[in-house]
Design a binder for this molecule. Structure first.
Ligand code: 5GP
Ligand code: ZN
Length: 114
């Protein structure tokens, strides 16, 4: 996926502020943070949206959530709380078509989303 910005970040072809990496996922700070803590957790594999999750790759979701939990602790937002968001498709507000999980915290989150 040569044109995918998150694949480029995963492959270190473009710089990013990486806070965590393992064999399956990478986590880095969002370039346009919407909260004091705003980190994106992405599978290394190029999966465009939640609609493309399959039996073969669904384990990447649980890995991403477990990593998010550990990052939340490290960032000191675990006690007060945080939010994990995945936007799917146009109406979901997705702008980058490489599956990712927003980890947001450090302020009170309103509901519902806009
Ligand atoms: P989406 O709108 O698809 O749910 O989220 C995409 C997110 O990726 C946005 O929050 C946006 O700020 C972030 N983003 C887009 N391009 C880059 C980039 O090149 N580097 C980083 N760190 N974040 C990016
Ligand atoms: Zn990609």
């Amino acid at each position: 996926m040569s044109e995918c910005i998150f694949c480029k970040i995963v492959n270190k072809e473009v710089p990013s502020n990486i806070v965590y990496e393992d064999d399956l996922v990478v986590a880095f700070r969002d370039i346009n943070p919407q909260a004091p803590v705003h980190i994106l957790i992405v599978p290394k594999e190029h999966i465009p949206t939640l609609l493309d999750v399959t039996e073969e790759n669904k384990h990447l979701i649980s890995r991403a959530y477990m990593v998010a939990k550990e990052i939340a602790k490290k960032e000191g937002i675990d006690e007060k709380g945080y939010r994990i968001v995945t936007n799917c498709g146009k109406d979901g507000g997705q702008t980058v078509y490489h599956l990712h999980f927003h980890l947001l915290g450090g302020r009170f989150m309103t509901w519902p989303p806009g």
